[in-house]
Design a protein around this ligand. Structure first.
Ligand code: NAG
Ligand code: NAG
Ligand code: NAG
Ligand code: NAG
Ligand code: NAG
Ligand code: NAG
Length: 400
């Protein structure tokens, strides 16, 4: 009798798990009234599909099939009852006129979701060209009037893969307050002249993995703000753009440390900068440590492809004479090769208040492709350890 009972129960459990599997559902926005004609605002259809998917107690998928969906703003708000996937096969289009996204900090926003997957090969088209022509951030110092293309805020254990961000009005992708998120094979495209179109910016997040991205844009390809910890950036192709940056740091009070960053196996071509760490002079105390750059190819990078700049002061908006108090330590530059359009191919300008500590340089081969003399490297307030073959010789010049 006992065994019959167990058998019966097992069969019953099998039925339940089978029916759970069968119920794992697709929520196709076209079934929620999306028009996909590139003219009608499809925000409501997307929102309705998301609400049902997010409320599902079993894993679910929102499907954005092929077609052009004008929409905005779009909010994918959690928490959800079970993991949710979004398969974007078509193109989401933002309204071109910036006024239509007024006082929005993001166009498409994913917030407070555990176990999110975004995939499908589709495109998030910010239709930024009108916005770029009206961008006055450099004059006003404020860019708040323009939305970021895609925001990932408060995500955990999530995977973003195989999507394109096109012509964002401001930054393409902003990762904030996230933990354990992989961005795999993300494609980012905007003209080299478009203003403030940073590719991927990360802040206050840990265990973030960016792999296989192809980034062509008008500002930093990848930039890391304060509180970025355990960040892996690999197989990224960058250019045009401003390279891969840590910072700027030290502009504000209460910035969290940046620690544990690896940038590996990347190619940086035709950019204004290569890899850099930048901190503001006259800063509050701060920390940037355990930063590693290796296996990087530079092609025709305009200013010092390898750069630590603790006197970062764009537009002269700072007290340049007061040293930065961001402490930079445990940094390595290994196996970095290629060409520079600036004769100073390596520049390590550390703070005279807090010199850089434990900086290692090994196997560097960077040549100058211009006509103003020979490739050289300059070091200030840092005594790097050197191994392997280094061309040009590191710290050939020590600035005062
Ligand atoms: C990316 O999406 C495209 C289009 O759906 C698909 O053909 C391709 O296999 C996907 N690649 C990966 C790595 O998922
Ligand atoms: C990180 O997230 C992935 C899903 O993208 C998950 O499979 C993995 O278990 C998570 N890792 C940890 C340590 O939680
Ligand atoms: C980053 O993701 C790629 C692809 O999933 C994986 O091969 C690699 O091991 C990951 N790296 C880290 C540090 O998690
Ligand atoms: C990145 O790694 C791949 C595979 O190991 C290699 O073929 C490629 O040359 C590497 N690229 C750089 C820039 O190191
Ligand atoms: C960089 O610019 C040169 C000269 O304009 C061009 O030939 C080359 O294809 C560019 N490289 C990349 C990867 O865009
Ligand atoms: C720097 O590295 C040393 C030795 O590897 C380690 O003891 C120290 O804690 C590290 N410092 C920071 C700030 O990470």
């Amino acid at each position: 009798m006992g065994s019959k009972f167990i058998l019966g129960t097992t069969f019953f459990l099998f039925l339940i798990s089978f029916s759970i599997k069968a119920r794992a559902a697709d929520f196709d926005i076209n079934k929620y009234g999306a028009k996909a004609d590139g003219k009608t605002d499809d925000s409501r259809a997307i929102n309705s599909a998301w609400k049902e998917a997010c409320a599902s107690t079993t894993p679910s998928t929102v499907v954005i099939a092929k077609g052009n969906y004008l929409a905005g703003p779009v909010k994918f708000q959690g928490p959800c009852k079970a993991p949710v996937s979004i398969r974007v096969e078509g193109t989401l289009q933002a309204p071109a006129e910036p006024e239509k996204l007024k006082s929005q900090d993001g166009w498409v926003v994913f917030r407070n979701i555990d176990g999110l997957t975004v995939s499908g090969g589709g495109t998030f088209d910010g239709q930024g060209s009108i916005a770029w022509s009206k961008n006055d951030c450099a004059k006003t110092g404020k860019c708040n009037s323009l939305p970021i293309n895609i925001r990932f805020t408060g995500l955990t254990n999530s995977h973003i893969q195989n999507i394109t961000s096109l012509n964002s009005k401001l930054f393409h992708i902003n990762v904030l307050n996230c933990k354990n998120v992989t961005l795999q094979h993300v494609i980012i495209t905007a003209p080299g002249e478009s203003l403030n179109t940073d590719g991927i910016h990360i802040g206050r997040s840990s265990n973030i993995n960016i792999t296989g991205a192809e980034i062509k844009t008008g500002d930093d390809c990848v930039s890391l703000g304060d509180g970025s910890q355990q960040i892996n950036i690999e197989k990224v192709k960058c250019g045009p753009g401003h390279g891969i940056s840590i910072g700027s740091l030290g502009r504000y009070h209460d910035e969290q440390p940046v620690t544990g960053v690896t940038v590996r196996n990347c190619t940086i071509s035709n950019t204004s900068n290569g890899v850099r760490v930048k901190t503001w002079p006259a800063s509050p105390n701060g920390v940037a440590s355990d930063l590693h750059f290796e296996d990087i190819i530079m092609e025709n990078v305009k200013t010092s492809p390898v750069l630590i700049d603790q006197e970062y002061c764009p537009n002269g908006q700072c007290q340049a004479k007061i040293p930065s108090k961001v402490k930079i330590s445990n940094v390595s530059f290994k196996n970095i090769r290629g060409t520079s359009a600036d004769p100073v191919v390596v520049k390590l300008a550390c703070s005279k208040g807090i010199p850089c500590q434990n900086v290692q340089i090994s196997d560097i081969h960077l040549t100058y492709n211009g006509k103003n003399g020979a490739a050289t490297s300059v070091c200030t307030n840092v005594k790097p350890t050197m191994t392997g073959q280094i061309f040009p010789p590191a710290c050939a010049k020590t600035a005062a």
